[in-house]
Design a protein around this ligand. Structure first.
Ligand code: FEO
Length: 396
């Protein structure tokens, strides 16, 4: 196996999951990686492990560099099993190793695994000397779980932030200067995983700044490693963390017999007629929701359409809005439209969800009975154009 070095004595020893297509509901057309890092100095430290089932790949990479039984420390930045799944095996193969984790990390690992491993609990500012290199620990609660932390190799200026700054991509490339489009992949990852914690992302960025941490390389736990311009991904995180949006409108819908789709297309036409606004249209059974969510990240308006089914919103619309609500989108205008036959109910349900998300909801929802005729199509176009105007005015 080819050794992958970030700097002298710092190696990537992770695994590539070429075949993963679903990450708890997040569609992954390109798989992912589980990144672990080996730091070889007077003492040897392994930072994070890989998902259960990939231990052999990680072990083989470690064996290219050191004898695994010589590992002195295993740093667990995050309990989630894509990073801790191989801990039980490495703790057997490195019998003298001690674990470094946050208090919540120790609790979580104790709950997951039947273990009696020697733990060292660390907080922000605690350090571990490996000889010429020093590991500094920075707690990062909710990025991605309460136990999460970052590890910083001070002398090498390498930040190992686990889930933060990651992307889901399986590739033979390991570094951002070898792979196009990494920031775009990181945007989709942020939108689907970290968007609910946007305020905490900003807080963590401030913490890093306040601690005076200088960064040459960021080695996340998924995807490629940022070494050419790490400041680019930090700036992107700052923008996403603030919930910055652009003049962009999304029409998101499902349709039973085509009427809601006719409305959606007329609304899109109305949006485009205003000019100067970016727009997209997505059918909820034709597009992966995680792809739509990536577009939601920087959109200033979302317009949600549903047919009425059994007196309420269509199941896919309900599911999507539940997913979106959990992601706590910021700074958005929202509108709703429905096609109905007699009693209606979809628009009421969609509006209720939009209000629960505390979005700037356009009142009232647009409702059309049966198939939209010419006057209803005109109403749809006007609805889209009015929302596009609000977007241009920056009314959120
Ligand atoms: Fe990649 Fe929160 O685990």
């Amino acid at each position: 196996m080819v050794k992958v070095a970030l700097k002298d004595g710092v190696y990537w020893v992770g695994a590539v999951d070429w075949n993963l297509r679903d990450f708890h509901g997040y569609a992954l057309p390109n798989g992912t990686t589980y990144n672990a890092y080996l730091i070889v100095d007077d003492k040897i430290a392994l930072v994070d492990t890989v998902k259960h089932g990939f231990y052999g790949e990680m072990l083989a990479r470690i064996e290219e560099i050191v004898d695994p039984k010589d590992i002195d420390y295993v740093v667990s930045n995050h309990v989630e099993i894509d990073h801790s799944g191989s801990l039980p095996m490495i703790m057997k193969d490195a019998p003298d190793a001690e674990i470094y984790a946050t208090e919540k990390g120790r609790e979580g690992l104790g709950d997951y695994y039947d273990c009696d491993w020697p733990f060292n609990i660390v907080k922000t500012g605690d350090e571990l000397s490996l000889g010429s290199k020093t590991l500094s620990f920075i707690e990062a609660p909710m990025l991605h779980w309460p136990d999460s932390m970052f590890t910083y190799i001070r002398e090498d200026r390498i930040l190992l932030p686990n889930d933060a700054f990651g992307q889901h991509i399986a590739s033979v490339q390991r570094f951002d200067d070898e792979l196009e489009g990494a920031v775009d992949l990181a945007a989709e990852y942020f939108a689907n995983i970290l968007m609910p914690f946007a305020p905490l992302v900003l807080k963590q960025l401030r913490k890093i700044q306040d601690l005076g941490i200088e960064i040459d390389i960021i080695g996340p736990s998924h995807g490629i490693i940022w070494r050419s311009h790490p400041e680019r991904i930090i700036e992107a995180y700052s923008e996403w963390g603030q919930g910055l949006t652009k003049e962009k409108v999304l029409v998101i819908y499902d349709s039973m017999w085509g009427s809601t789709e006719m409305m959606a297309r007329a609304i899109l036409e109305g949006v485009l007629s205003e000019g100067g606004v970016e727009a997209g249209i997505y059918h909820l059974r034709k597009t992966e929701w995680s792809d739509i969510i990536k577009e939601v990240l920087d959109a200033r308006a979302v317009i949600i359409g549903s047919p009425t089914l059994n007196g309420g919103m269509f199941p896919t619309v309900a599911g999507f809005l539940t997913y979106l609500k959990g992601l706590r989108p910021l700074n958005k205008i929202a509108g709703a439209f429905e096609s109905y036959g007699w009693g209606g109910g979809a628009a009421r349900d969609v509006m209720e969800m939009l209000h629960k998300m505390r979005l700037d909801v356009v009142e009232p929802a647009l409702r059309v009975k049966y198939r939209p005729k010419e006057d209803a199509i005109t109403q749809c176009k006007d609805f889209g154009r009015d929302i596009a105007r609000k977007v241009k005015e920056g009314k959120v």
